[in-house]
Design a protein around this ligand. Sequence first.
Ligand code: NAD
Length: 498
Amino acid sequence: TSGYKAPNTEGSILTYKAKYDNFIGGDWIAPISGEYFDSISPVTGQAFAKVARSTKEDIDLALAKAQEAKAKWSCTSATERSQILLTIADRLEKEKEKFALSETWDNGKPIRETLHADLPLAIDHFRYFAGVIRSEEGSASELDQHTLSLHIKEPIGVIAQIIPWNFPLLLTAWKIAPALAAGNCVILKPAEQTPITVMLFAELIADLLPAGILNIVNGFGPEVGKPLARSPLVDKIAFTGETSTGRYIMQYASEYIKPVTLELGGKSPNIFTASVLRKDDAFLEKAIEGFTLFALNQGEVCSCPSRALIEESIYDEFMSLALDRVKQIKMGDPLALDTMMGAQASQEQYDKICRYLDIGTAEKATCLTGGKPYQNEFHPDGFYIEPTVFTGKNHMQIFQEEIFGPVVAVTTFKNEEELKAIANDTQFGLGAGLWTRDMHQAYQIARSIDAGRIWVNCYHLYPAHAAFGGYKQSGIGRETHKMMLDHYRQTKNMLISY
Ligand code: NAD
């Protein structure tokens, strides 16, 4: 097959309801305001379903349900919670095509990415934490001659989880799998731009969890996210989104001294050293492919390699190869299996990227390819932008600010000292890519870059068992990896004299 049929059309594997309520206390509850907002598909630019527009009153209800549920859930065994996570993964796997189609429709990313990245990663995340939580069963306590010292890990309680629109289902998995595995109750607020796949997910697993353990409340940041984060009944906030919103979240958390996990923005460098061009071989091929990954997910990835740093001595030759490859990125219908780049997630995001294309031109960066919207013959009203390569200097706005689109800003470096200075000259510290045939050089450079994840001779791999998170203003804490469990637990020590 060359592609998938759009949802709600004849023969499609996916039919949406006209209206989605909140999922609170195990039930589908209409918003107390009675209001709904339109969910718009960036593929077509058209509204396709309505979603609850919640307010503080809906949050209060969800919190009451979570508080009711928390005592029972925190006493369940790791085995029991693990089994539920495994069942969630199995159900998602069974319906993987339907969910992939929904992510494409909801977010705009091409179906080949949702099928081969978003879905498998989300499924694996549930399986990973199902395993991690069981691996702790039966661990021994510390003992001396007269005192028994017990360290008991207890869930934190009710967790507010607020997520953005760039990976709606995957970030739901990243957030809820470790929180539930650790025995917490959750109130999740999806992004207002992409709520629908998360609601399909709630339908898929509604009968699995006792009422009140997972609640999903939709709406806008200031109307729902803010009262949720500020409530005294929330014991911890786990937030993914923009650095500027992260600052508010920290303020809200300070009111009741709540712990926070923040996964924020980035401006990650992708570094190509001279050794890349030493031979014309598979390694060079892979590096060129690595350059084009700024356009993966339409560039709407927190760790997007949105700056490319190329050693001066190879610049001309490498850029000529890289540009050829960027021009081969196939745009088109996001539902077609060979489409490589889809729609930007919303009109607002599309407008923001267009503004940055103008800024790049105004600050005299040179546009080598792209630089304008893409006229999509299949969906003329969707939000499409061509993959864009600018060259310029690291002080420019397009090098310093997160554009969150398919735009890479390229510059050169003469030696390792200059490379480190440019790579670290940013408020962010989320990721970095490094391409070199010399492993000694790789280690030295990787240690000197202030970022939480360094990909060496690869990029955009996100396995559940590798810790991911930011240095500097890219965040606090980590997502993924078993260390995540301790972001959702506190340690109680009991000293027992005998
Ligand atoms: P955003 O900060 O605008 O919104 C994120 C979420 O916060 C949404 O659900 C929104 O409704 C909510 N929100 C907005 N204002 C709020 C407030 N005052 N109080 C409480 N909640 C509020 O971010 P976005 O535009 O949706 O997402 C893009 C950003 O997310 C980018 O900066 C990207 O780098 C970042 N991101 C980071 C990671 C990571 O792991 N570091 C992953 C994905 C995305």
